[in-house]
Write a protein that binds this ligand. Structure first.
Ligand code: A2P
Length: 296
């Protein structure tokens, strides 16, 4: 009987996707693992993916004005009929909407589409050299007004964060950047950590392009897990947050099932060795320079 009690207790306290939170420097908490919805636009596909993600324990959902699917996400979440405070919702202000008024007005539009009174996390999607400080001033005021619980940035390099620090009253709590085995960003991860900024990896699976890499296949074979699972585990053990995307129930489940194994120091080093500094998307410096003119 005692044994059974102990076993039950151990089970209930085991870390899993739903109870694994990171502390943000503003005092709020954020799930370390969430669900990215980039490129999902079909409502039926959306409903299915969000329901599946919720059932497999995902609580963080990450969208952006640029994805043009905030309304879809809002509709899908509404159908789940779950309390707002059990979800963690992120959106991002696009380049065209930056500036003081643009940020505030477009956030209000986003909230209408999401059918919510606030977002848990609001990010500047990319750094641009126009209205650089005014946009952040709007973010600080948005946080004060309660329309966003936490504020952060995305795709900021060290130089952008250092520049922001010269005028910010409070610094971003998150920097969401491209991190994958092909783009491991170790110096950026270190810089963010040293400045109490949580790194959140977008496209943590490198948009699926590294899933057949021989080194990762070897680590997967050693652990008895899939390549997607060992990649996501590598991110967690690097202490960063992740938002993998999939529209398939089985993969959504698989990607959440990464809390019952650990990569050894050697396996972590093997994963690190895959890096080639290859980006799947844009170079932040160029976006900063050319802003909206820079093509997607
Ligand atoms: P799909 O949505 O068809 O499942 P990232 O999050 O790095 O952007 O990667 C997303 C890509 O990886 C998508 O193409 C997604 O395809 C694919 N993907 C996500 N999870 C898995 C998985 N567990 N196994 C194989 N492919 C996956």
């Amino acid at each position: 009987m005692l044994q059974l009690k102990q076993l039950t207790k151990r089970r209930t306290t085991m870390t899993n996707i739903s109870n694994n939170y990171l502390n943000l420097s503003d005092g709020n908490k954020m799930p370390q693992q969430g669900f990215g919805v980039y490129k999902i636009t079909d409502q039926a596909e959306f409903d299915q993916a969000i329901e599946s993600a919720w059932n497999h324990g995902y609580r963080l959902f990450d969208t952006a004005q640029m994805y043009k699917n905030e309304q879809n996400l809002g509709d899908s979440l509404k159908k789940l009929n779950v309390p707002r405070d059990e979800m963690f919702i992120t959106t991002k202000i696009s380049e065209a909407n930056q500036g003081y008024d643009g940020s505030i007005n477009s956030l209000k539009e986003s909230l209408k589409k999401l059918q919510m009174d606030y977002v848990d996390l609001l990010l500047i999607h990319w750094p641009i050299n126009t209205d650089f400080f005014e946009t952040w001033r709007a973010f600080e005021d948005i946080k004060k007004s309660g329309l966003a619980k936490s504020i952060g940035v995305s795709n900021y390099d060290m130089v952008h964060l250092q520049y922001l620090a010269t005028q910010a009253h409070e610094m971003p709590v998150i920097n969401q950047i491209e991190v994958s085995p092909l783009m491991s960003q170790k110096p950026m991860l270190k810089f963010n950590a040293e400045n109490n900024i949580i790194t959140q990896a977008w496209s943590p699976l490198g948009r699926g392009k590294v899933l057949n890499h021989p080194t990762i296949l070897a680590v997967a074979k050693d652990t008895g897990k899939s390549t997607a699972q060992v990649i996501l585990r590598w991110h967690l053990q690097n202490g960063i947050a992740i938002i993998p995307k999939s529209i398939h129930d089985e993969r959504i489940a698989q990607n959440a099932d990464i809390y019952d194994f650990e990569l050894s120091t050697l396996q972590m080093e093997q994963m690190d060795s895959v890096n080639t500094n290859h980006r799947v998307s844009k170079e932040p410096e160029l976006v900063y320079e050319f802003g909206e003119q820079y093509p997607y």
